[in-house]
Design a protein. Sequence first.
Length: 565
Amino acid sequence: MRYQKLAKLYEELSSTTKRLEKVEILSKFFEVLPKDDSEVIYLLMGKIYPEYDERKIGISNQLVIKAISKATGTEIKKIIHEWKMLGDLGEVAEKFTLHKKQSTLNSHILTTTKVLENLRKLPSLEGKGTVNKKLGIITELLTSADPLEAKYITRSLIGDLRIGIQESTIRDALALAFFKKDKDVSEIIQKAIDKSNDLVVVLEIARQGKINELEKVSLQIGKPIKAMLAQKAVNPKEGFAVVGKPCIIEYKYDGFRLLIHKNDEVITLFTRSLENVTAQFPEVVEYVNQYVKGKTFILDSEAVGYDKKTKKYTEFQAISQRIRRKHNIEKLQKELPVEVNVFDILYLEGKSQLDEPFEKRSKLLRSIVKDTPYKIIASKQIITDDEEKAMEFYNQALENNQEGIMMKKMDAEYRPGRRVGNMIKVKPEEKDLDLVITGAEYGTGKRSGWLSSFILSCWDGEKFLEIGKVGTGIKEKETAESGNVSFKELTEKLKPYIITEKGKNVTIEPKIVVAVTYQEIQKSPNYNSGLALRFPRFTALRPDKKPEQANTLKEILEDLKNQKR
Ligand code: ATP
C-alpha cells in the first residue's frame, strides 16, 4: 500500500474530534485494507510492533531535526525556529518538504512496507556509528516523502501522531467493519486484544467474521500481558458494595507490579508497562525456580522492598531505582532486597486460568507457591463478610507499612488491562497522584542552570491537561544512593524531551511520570484541566509507569468530590 494513503487517513482522522466519526472512518479503511497490509494497524497506533514487544522507535527530536534538514536542504537553525513557532515538528517537516518539492522533483514512491521496514531498523541499532546510521535511515524516508507523508513520518518518529486514536477506537472500528457494530462483539474483540496484545492477530481473525475464533484467542507465556487494575473505595463498606459479600481481602503491598512467566526453563519478569525486567531481578528468578512448583505458568504479584536490618517493609520509593538500573545489580540486590507477594495466577501447565473464579485461582496459586518469607510468599489474605474484620485487617496492613487493602470479588474472572470492579483498593484518603511533567521553568540563584519548577499534567484519555506546578520535595544537592532526586538529576532526565524554550520557560514532551502529594484540589481557570493542586509536593519518580498510566482527570474529579464530602 502507498504510504500516502495512510497519511491521508491520518489527516482525515485528525480533522474530526468526534469519536464516532473516527470509528466510521477507520472502519471503512479496515473494510478495504488488503490482507498483506495488516501491519499498518501498528502504524495507526504510532507503533511498529505489537504492544507486547518492547522495541520502540525511540528517536530524539534532535535527530529528527537533523534528518529534516538533510532531506530538505534546510538549515537546522531555521527548522528549530519554525518548530518554536508551530510547536509541531510534523508540520515543520511538511512545510519544508513542500518548499523543496517546488524546486526538485522526486519520483520515489513510499510504501507502508518500506516505512515499517526502515522504522524497524531503528531500535536494534547499537554501538559505534549508531547515530549516523539512524540519521541515514530516517533521511532516506524523508527524502522520498511528499509533504503530507513527511508530516506523519516525523510524527511517528517522535511518538506523537496527534490523530486521537485509542486502542478502543480501533476495537470499535473492527466491530463495525466486520460485525456491523454489535456491542457484545466489541467486548469480545477487547478480550482478544487484551489476551494477545497484538492488533494484527485480532484484525486477521476479525476479518474472517468469526466470533468463536476471536473467543479462542489465548495468552501466550513469555509475551507480556497487561495487568488487571483496581477501582477505588473510601472504606471497606463501600468496597463490599462493589465486590459483594463475602470477599477475599489482601494487603495492598506498596511495591511494584511484577508479572512472572515461566516456560520450562525460561523465567521472564515484566512490569505493568510490559517492560522486561528479568535482568534487574536475578534473585526473583531464583526464588521462582526454587519455591514455585510447575513447568509453565504466569503469576501476578507485587514485589515489595524491605529493610535488610530491621526486615520491615519499606515504601516503593526506596526500591524504585531497582527497576531501571542495569549496572551493579548484585550490590543493589543486597542493599535493596525485595519480597515477592504473589496474588494471582493466569496460566498453569498449558491452561489459561483467566476465566476461572478468583477464589479458585487463589487456591491454585497457594498450592504451587511454597511460602518463603523475605523471598516469595502468597499474599496475606482473609475471607470475610464482616465490616469490622475487614477494618481490623485494614489497620493491620497500615501498621505493617502497607498502603491499605485490596478487596477481591470471589467469583471474578481475570480481565487483563481492565479497571473493572473485580478488585477494589481501599487506602487512607487519597492525597497523592501520579502525574506527568509537561513543562518547567529554569531556576535562579542556587538553582540557576537547573529546571526548578515543573508543570504537572494529568491524562484525559486522549491528551495531557495541566493541573499544577511543583517545586518542593526535590533536593538541592545531588544524593548518593537512595531517596529523592535532585534538581540536577531531574533536569538531566527531562532535557532530552524539551520541545520549546521561551525565556526561562520550556515545554516538555510528556514522558516522565512523578508521584506528588497535595493538600487540596481546587477549581481553577489557570490550568486547562480546570483544576489546580494546592501545595503539591514531589515524592518520587514513577519509572514503572507510562505517561498514559498517570492519574486521569476523571479520577481527580472523583477525588475533588470525595474531598467535598
Ligand atoms: P496506586 O497508586 O493506588 O497503586 P495504581 O494506578 O498504581 O494505583 P491500581 O491498579 O489502581 O494501581 O492499584 C492496584 C495496584 O496495587 C496494583 O497494580 C498492584 O501493583 C498493587 N497491589 C498491591 N497489593 C496487591 C494485591 N494484593 N492484589 C492486587 N494488587 C496489589
